[in-house]
Ligand binder design. Structure first.
Ligand code: COA
Length: 160
């Protein structure tokens, strides 16, 4: 049984993330989407909001589980008995950061391997911060996030 983890901040999940979830779920027996509140970032959505949005948009993919984690990714991978970490590459600029993270993780846990998937062309421009910025100015995010969560994202900015 191959368990894979797709970790990230998902603040909020985008169509680009969902594309990677769908593609990588076909490569492993169980895919755990690991939701992290990255201490280097100030999140707009709570961990529970992020988790339930991902659950909503992945409910038709049977081998996907969504879990919140904190601490080191390698420790989360050990607990979940995961053998691979899945990450997306949107552009060459992602590569340097991903390479460094991979090498650090391998240093901490030799048995952990990585799969890098290139983002589908139509989503290479996407990021969660772009979605947040556009939503904060009440712009149209319908081509950026899954249809099921558009209202939830927009609602967040109505309250602010
Ligand atoms: N589609 C859309 N957006 C994408 C994307 C895709 N396919 N791939 C990446 N992104 C965007 C994200 O939306 C995010 O955008 P934002 O910064 O504008 O919000 C950005 O790329 C990168 O974020 P993300 O993929 O969520 O990664 P991260 O840098 O927040 O966190 C972890 C990456 C979780 C893997 C890493 O921080 C981690 O492992 N942390 C745990 C601590 C640890 O183990 N540290 C040691 C290892 S160095």
């Amino acid at each position: 049984m191959v368990v894979g983890i797709y970790p990230g901040s998902f603040d909020p999940v985008t169509l680009g993330h969902l594309d990677l979830i769908k593609r990588s779920a076909k490569m492993v027996d169980t895919l755990i989407v690991g939701v992290l509140n990255n201490k280097k970032k100030v999140p707009v959505f709570t961990e529970e909001e992020k988790k339930s949005m991902i659950e909503l948009v992945t409910k038709d993919i049977p081998n996907v589980q969504v879990e919140v984690f904190e601490g080191l990714l390698v420790d989360f991978a050990r607990i979940k008995k995961a053998g691979v970490i899945i990450r997306g590459l949107r552009a060459v600029s992602d590569f340097e950061y991903e390479l460094q993270m991979t090498q650090l993780n391998r240093q901490l846990e030799k048995s952990l391997d990585n799969i890098f998937l290139t983002a589908s062309l139509e989503y290479t421009y996407l990021s969660s911060s772009a979605v947040r910025e556009i939503a904060s100015y009440h712009g149209d995010i319908s081509s950026m996030v899954p249809a099921q969560i558009i209202d939830l994202v927009e609602e967040k900015y109505k309250k602010k």
